[in-house]
Structure formats: structure tokens, C-alpha cells
Design a protein. Structure first.
Length: 439
């Protein structure tokens, strides 16, 4: 295969070769999928060292050159420590970074494994000089304590605009995560990581931060034969609850005896105008207590990853990490992980491309995707319901912006829209914001 390489990205350059190899039988999809599953979804690679080994390693780490972790980077250490990003052994090296940004996979022993978002550690030029030639370095948390060590740190140039363009499809500096990229160091440092302490936040929610290993044990304890996961970063209304009940019923109709709902709120960094985790968790606990999901068992467990707002690219990460956590079914809806363009206020991503990408991903074939059926408010029945085309005029959509406006103004939504206790929690949050704005 002859290729002219000027002005052609690595992924575009490689694509004809992959197509040719597949046509010739060199790459077999079925074998690739089987290899991905055997490595990625069964054997978790946890980077937290056993408790007995930590004191000696912490003592040794005290004498190493130190790099501070940002809030977002500490959350990635949390992700790595618990095995969500299996088979990554630490922050990405340059080779892994290139594979992730151009292939949306990393290559391990010749096998392509889904890894669509870069998990990287930035550093400044001064920090680069500090660690130059070091056999190992210590990574410190916001309080200055040592969290982890990195072996044989590899420093490489942080191509910020390229990273933004490859990950998000845009390079606009006002996108909240891209802004963090542009403000971070000009270098990236990668290498194998040993995590020397459990990541705790002491915010009253640590008991909901279950590791993939703990989640699998919990699902086994519940005798779950299907685990359907609902990823969310917003409060839950009765339309969501209806979808969860309907999903459980359909799984039972397929022959599953004990489907379990894994309510999986994203617990890492989010943009400033998102509802914060503590408010969301308070709302989630209230609606679970009040039985909005019917008789379906619910496991409420926080996913520690930061939020990127990278649309179809990011939703693959969300699904793959949940596969590592024991999910068998994944609910995906419209414009997952999307947001408005900061320059045009239009949707950055096509509303259905995230769902389409998940369906085509060879690394997710072990997970069944479940369609997101949208519910609207039925004015006749005074509850959230799936649209009846015969009387579509009876249905109204209560948008997120309308919901937020009602909450800020202390209005009560129509009966049946949201669990009353859950609404009070949400309304209180927005009214407090309004008061702070007035001050």
C-alpha cells in the first residue's frame, strides 16, 4: 500500500492498512473482540498496592522528586487505582497517548483495547527539569501528601490543540475541559503508577464509591443475572424512573430473573453550572427511598471519573469502564456526554452519534445497548409517560432549562413530574444559587 503522508493524520494514514489486513484475514474481528474481552473485562488491573506494603513504599517515596496532582489528575489516579481503566498501568506514555488520541484504543500484546480518552499527567518546564533522569517520582495530592509513585517517568510534549481537536472535535478555548488543557503544563509525563493510599474525599459520600471489584461482589450478592447501568450527571425525574422500570420489565420478558439497576452518577470534576455531586446524591437517595424505581433492586454507586463533555468519544469511555465494573447492559440516550458549543450555543455533537458509535465498537460487544425511550408529561394522566401518537397533543416536554427556571423561582412542577422530596432538594439548591447571585 503506497501512501502520500504529507498533511495526513496518523489514524488516516493507518486506516487503509487496517482495512487491507482485515480483507486479507490478518485481522479477524471475532478474534479481536474475544481478546479484548478476555483482557479488558474479566481481569481487573488495580494499581492500589496491598496495605502491608504501603508503609515501606511511602517511606521510600519521601526521598523522590515530587510532582503535584491537580484535582482532575487525582481523580484519574482514583480511576486507575481501582481498575476502571484496565489494562492501563499508569498515566499514558507517549505511545499510549498517540494510540488513544488517534485510534481511540491502546495496543497491548497486539490487541486493540478501547481507551478513547487520554488519561495523562501534565507538568511544567520547571517540573520537567526537576524530574529529568529520575528513576521514579512521587505524585502528591492537594494536601501535599504522597498519593502514588511513578516508575521511569517518560516526559513528552503536550500538543494541546491537537489533543483538544482529536478528543473533542473542536479546539475552542472556552469549552471547560479544553480550557483546563490549555491552562495545564506544556509537557506530559507517563509511566507505571503504584497507588500508595486509598483515595478518600471525606465528604460523606465515600461509602457510595464502590470499586469495580466491590460492585461485582454486590451484584453477585443480589443474585443479579443482568445489570443495567444508567450513567447520569443530572437529577432524576419520573421520566427516567419510568424508563428504568420499563427496562427491567423488558429484561424479565427476555428471560432474566433478577435484573438489577446500577444508578451510576459521575462523581469527578464537572463544569460549574452542573448540579454538584452532593446535591445529586441527596436527590438520588431520596427517590430510591421513595420507591420511584418500583420493585427493581437499585445499587447507587459513584463513578469517579472526571467529565470531559467529549460526546461520542467520551461515551465509549463511560460504557467501557462500566463493563469493567460488571455491567451487562448500558442505557444510552440522545447526545450523551454532549454540551452546547461555547461559541455558537449549538449542539457540538449529533444527537445520535454517541449511540451509533457504541453499537459499532468491537470492544463493547459483550455489553448489550438499551435504547433510551423518551418520556414526556401526559397532561391527561398527570404523569410522565411514553408518547401516544394517537393523542400527541396531550403530551408536553419539560426541558432542563424550564425545570431549572421553575426550581429557581420556587414553583412546583406538575404532579407526577418528579418525586416531591427529590424536587424539594433540587429546588432548594437552585434557590440558594439565586440568593447568592443577588448578593
Amino acid at each position: 500500500i503506497a501512501q502520500h503522508t504529507r498533511n495526513i493524520s496518523l489514524s488516516h494514514l493507518a486506516r487503509p492498512a487496517f482495512v487491507a489486513m482485515r480483507l486479507c484475514g490478518v485481522l479477524r474481528s471475532a478474534l479481536l473482540v474475544a481478546a479484548v474481552h478476555s483482557r479488558g473485562a474479566s481481569a481487573l488491573l488495580e494499581l492500589l498496592v496491598p496495605a502491608a506494603e504501603r508503609p515501606a513504599l511511602l517511606k521510600a517515596a519521601a526521598g523522590l522528586p515530587k510532582l503535584a496532582l491537580s484535582e482532575e489528575e487525582l481523580q484519574w489516579v482514583h480511576v486507575l487505582a481501582e481498575g476502571w481503566a484496565t489494562p492501563l498501568e499508569g498515566f499514558m506514555t507517549e505511545a499510549q497517548y498517540l494510540q488513544s488520541t488517534h485510534y481511540e484504543h491502546i495496543i497491548v500484546d497486539g490487541v486493540f483495547i478501547p481507551m478513547p480518552v487520554p488519561i495523562v499527567k501534565a507538568c511544567t518546564t520547571a517540573e520537567k527539569d526537576l524530574i529529568s533522569g529520575a528513576a521514579a517520582i512521587a505524585l502528591t495530592g492537594p494536601d501535599g501528601s504522597i498519593v502514588a509513585t511513578m516508575e521511569k517517568p517518560e516526559v513528552y510534549q503536550h500538543m494541546k490543540e491537537e489533543r483538544a481537536g482529536r478528543t473533542f472535535g473542536i479546539t475552542h478555548g472556552e469549552h471547560p475541559y479544553i480550557k483546563m488543557i490549555y491552562e495545564s503544563g506544556d509537557w506530559l509525563v507517563g509511566g507505571k503508577v503504584k497507588v500508595l493510599k486509598e483515595i478518600k474525599y471525606n465528604d460523606g459520600m465515600d461509602q457510595y464509591r464502590l470499586t469495580p471489584t466491590q460492585l461485582k461482589a454486590k451484584f453477585k450478592e443480589l443474585d443479579a443475572d443482568a445489570v443495567f447501568v444508567f450513567q447520569l450527571r443530572n437529577p432524576v425525574h419520573n421520566g427516567h424512573a419510568l424508563l428504568m422500570q420499563d427496562t427491567a420489565q423488558k429484561l424479565k420478558e427476555k428471560g432474566f430473573k433478577k435484573p438489577v439497576l446500577w444508578l451510576s452518577p459521575l462523581g469527578g470534576w464537572t463544569k460549574d453550572d452542573d448540579v454538584p455531586l452532593d446535591t445529586r446524591m441527596e436527590q438520588h437517595r431520596a427517590i430510591i427511598k421513595n420507591g420511584v424505581f418500583g420493585d427493581t433492586p437499585v445499587v447507587l454507586a459513584i463513578f469517579p471519573s472526571p467529565m470531559l463533555y467529549a460526546g461520542p468519544t467520551e461515551v465509549q469511555w463511560h460504557a467501557y469502564a462500566r463493563l469493567n465494573g460488571g455491567a451487562t447492559h448500558y442505557i444510552v440516550g440522545r447526545d450523551p456526554a454532549g454540551m452546547k458549543h461555547p461559541g455558537t450555543n449549538e449542539d457540538i455533537y449529533h444527537m445520535w452519534h454517541g449511540q451509533s458509535m457504541l453499537k459499532m465498537s468491537p470492544g463493547l460487544q459483550k455489553m448489550e445497548l438499551l435504547p433510551f425511550t423518551f418520556a414526556s408529561y401526559d397532561t391527561k394522566a398527570q404523569k410522565m409517560a411514553f408518547l401516544d401518537p394517537k393523542r400527541k397533543d396531550d403530551f408536553v416536554s419539560i426541558s432542563g432549562s424550564k425545570m431549572r427556571k421553575m426550581a429557581r423561582e420556587g414553583q412546583t412542577p406538575p404532579d407526577g413530574f418528579m418525586d416531591p422530596e427529590g424536587w424539594q432538594i433540587l429546588s432548594k439548591y437552585y434557590q440558594n444559587i439565586e440568593k447568592k447571585t443577588e448578593l
